[in-house]
Design a protein around this ligand. Structure first.
Ligand code: SER
Length: 337
């Protein structure tokens, strides 16, 4: 008999580590998959497979051993990294997702019950043409400005569509309709964790600024002071993933939701960091190419659909995020090391 588990891919990454801490407290055992080993502090929470989501024989072996109640598919190459290796990003972000969707579709059919498929998407799916438009359309809704300018953003947007296809239309011409998977996706703003720094993203200047200040290291910010995007503290990212996963399907009026917390310019972010680390040396050395990517992202996300359909509300606004989560935990983290 196959063992029932929740699968988390990209489990050694930023969201992954935070999510498995939360899911590890639940009743269903965790199976985690990542190219890297899990950090020591969360390793006891799951059965970890060190491997590649693109390895078809590995996935086939997992299917033969496990029944997936839910899949949190977090593995991805982020927006800056993806621009250096666009084909590889496509391979990981799209082919990797397609493989897991197929696996979830087959298991849904085989067990006669939908596999829940949770997919983090991103603010990178938005592409506003210039700063004037960005100011004018400050809070974008899900269907607006879906014109990404990065490989990562394009991959995320397409995979949202693939997920919807597999939830609603997969094998639509077959004689008998299969039980389909249950795909749900969140579009995240820039995420900030007190414990990990992201790698290869373009919203990374926020977390990098903060972690450098806490370590007493100088930091050169790669975007202009006035560039503005939304951010969210990692506990809220985890909260939103778990809330969306737990929402009864009949309450969902859509499959893809914006979620956000607070919107800050780079200078406002710097001010917040300086309030807690007054000696921090944060200067600007804007990289026009990365700047252009952030300029194309919305200044804020309209998350009213998530608030309406499943009572989404972040716990951490800007003040609480810095004063009660980021700063104290980051101080503790670097003191402990
Ligand atoms: N944080 C991501 C990035 O910068 C956006 O989702 O690529």
């Amino acid at each position: 008999m196959r063992k029932k588990v929740i699968l988390v891919t990209g489990s050694a990454g930023e969201i992954g580590c935070a999510l498995i801490e939360k899911l590890g407290q639940g009743d269903i055992p965790l199976l985690t998959l990542d190219l890297d080993p899990l950090p020591d502090d969360v390793a006891h929470l799951s059965t970890h497979i060190q491997g590649d989501i693109l390895d078809e024989s590995l996935l086939a072996r997992l299917v033969s051993e496990y029944e997936f109640e839910a899949i949190f598919h977090l593995a991805a190459l982020l927006s800056t990294r993806g621009e250096y290796t666009p084909e590889m990003a496509h391979h990981v972000n799209v082919d990797g997702t397609l493989g897991l969707l197929k696996l979830a579709a087959e298991q849904s059919e085989w067990r006669g019950k939908s596999v829940l498929f949770i997919f983090p998407s991103s603010i990178a799916v938005y592409g506003l043409p210039d700063r004037e438009t960005k100011t004018q359309y400050a809070r974008v809704r899900e269907w607006e400005w879906n014109n990404p300018r990065t490989m990562y953003g394009s991959n995320k947007l397409y995979c949202e569509m693939l997920g919807i296809y597999f939830s609603k239309y997969y094998r639509q011409l077959a004689a008998e309709q299969p039980v389909m998977l249950d795909f749900r996706s969140l579009r995240f703003p820039g995420l900030i964790s007190a414990f990990t720094t992201p790698s290869g993203g373009t919203s990374d200047y926020g977390p990098e600024m903060l972690h450098a200040a806490a370590k007493g290291e100088p930091y050169e910010c790669f975007v202009d002071p006035d560039v503005r995007i939304p951010f969210m503290a990692m506990p809220d990212a985890v909260k939103s993933l778990v809330m969306l996963a737990n929402t009864p399907v009949e309450k969902l009026n859509q499959r893809v939701y914006n979620v956000t917390s607070f919107s800050l310019s780079a200078e406002e972010f710097r001010d917040q960091v300086l309030q807690s680390f007054p000696n921090a040396q944060i200067t600007y050395d804007s990289d026009p190419k990365r700047q252009a990517i952030v300029d194309s992202w919305a200044a804020d996300l309209d998350d009213s659909a998530a608030r309406r359909d499943w009572n989404w509300k972040p716990d951490y606004d800007m003040k609480r995020a810095f004063n009660e989560y980021l700063v104290p935990k980051i101080r503790q983290r670097y003191q402990d090391n």
